[in-house]
Design a protein around this ligand. Structure first.
Ligand code: NAD
Ligand code: KPL
Length: 302
């Protein structure tokens, strides 16, 4: 049984794909009010290529008592550790937690909140967004890398992902993958917020992209992820080109007045730079500008 916490974009994407492959799944919802709304909706709806499919997946609240052996954590990075702390007493000995959070920092927070569990980190390029409550659009088929920095053995349940058609690979260096993604997000997302533009319009700011990429390369190298630093600037330009018409996830969050994951992206990068006493002026300045911008819009800095 997969327990899936968070019936948002990625939670719905995973729950529906697993359920339609015959894998038993159950959603964990925040409270009885949310469970009631879910029951009114009668299940989750996944929209793929304009086709909507409805899945009446079972659900319970986090306050339920059933033991949990496999938990898919599909909430935002800032909600991850508090959510796991709420559930820690339900985790069976040797339980697995699969962490879908973007960025870095939340994985360590979760591991501290549930020391008895095995934490498997994921980095995903799938794209999904909520069209309405419990209705999610699968906007871009990507790939998911999974790995465990403490144990290179893949879990047997990867077979469920295979069955569900979830494109994935077991990575022996998941931290480097997460750092690389974090570096791309740090170079692109904050600038799209500050220039209020689509990813592609960043091509008008080549000097800023070059400075940030070179500082991020230095950071990755000092953090022991030289491999993740290779060709970063070219990759930043490639991603901008490939996603030219898209608004970055951070831009969408800010535009919709939602809390961002800044603390787990640029905030995490700047903290790591400080720990290594690296003078990275463009990165620090970008962080300060982004914090000021968020504050001017009444959004939290963490
Ligand atoms: P989302 O906001 O759509 O969904 C998160 C869900 O978690 C919400 O429904 C929220 O109510 C729920 N939640 C939070 N705390 C909870 C709790 N204590 N108990 C029960 N439910 C709780 O977020 P998302 O877009 O699915 O993103 C999840 C993570 O995946 C983020 O870190 C994001 O950066 C990452 N990610 C998202 C995408 C995407 O396309 N959406 C792609 C790659 C990575
Ligand atoms: O991951 C992204 C995001 O918007 O969060 C991309 C499109 C790669 C930009 O950093």
């Amino acid at each position: 049984m997969w327990h899936i916490l968070g019936a948002g974009s990625l939670g719905t994407l995973w729950a529906t794909r697993l359920a339609r492959a015959g894998v038993p799944v159950e959603l964990l919802l925040r409270d009885s009010a949310r469970l009631h709304s879910y029951q009114q909706a009668g299940g989750l709806t996944l929209i793929e290529q304009d086709q909507a499919q409805h899945y009446p997946i079972a659900a319970q609240t986090v306050a339920d008592t059933q033991p949990i052996k496999r938990l898919l954590l599909a909430c935002k990075a800032y909600d991850a550790a508090p959510a796991v702390a709420q559930l820690a007493h339900r985790l069976a000995p040797g339980a697995d937690i699969l962490l879908l959070q973007n960025g870095l920092g939340s994985q360590d927070e979760v591991a501290r909140a549930a020391p008895q569990a095995r934490c498997i980190f994921a980095s995903s390029t799938d794209g999904a967004f909520r069209q309405a409550d419990f209705q999610v659009v699968f906007a871009g088929h990507g790939h998911t890398w999974l790995g465990d920095p403490q144990n290179i053995q893949p879990p047997a349940w990867l077979a469920d992902l295979h069955k569900a058609g979830i494109a994935h690979d077991w990575s022996l260096d998941i931290l480097s993958r997460l750092w690389r993604k974090l570096a791309l997000n740090c170079a692109i997302n904050p600038l799209t917020v500050l220039h209020d533009c689509r990813n592609g319009e960043l091509r008008e700011h080549p000097a800023q992209l070059a400075c940030l990429s070179s500082e991020l390369v230095e950071l990755l190298q000092h953090c022991g992820h030289s491999h993740a630093a290779e060709g970063l600037h070219e990759d930043v330009l490639r991603v901008i080109q490939a996603t030219a018409l898209n608004y970055s996830s951070m831009h969408q969050d800010v535009r919709q007045g939602r809390r961002t994951e800044i603390a787990y992206l640029l905030g995490y990068a700047c903290q790591a730079a400080q720990r290594h006493q690296l003078p990275l002026p463009h990165l620090y300045a970008l962080h300060a500008q982004l914090l000021a911008h968020l504050s001017s819009r009444g959004l939290p800095s963490h």
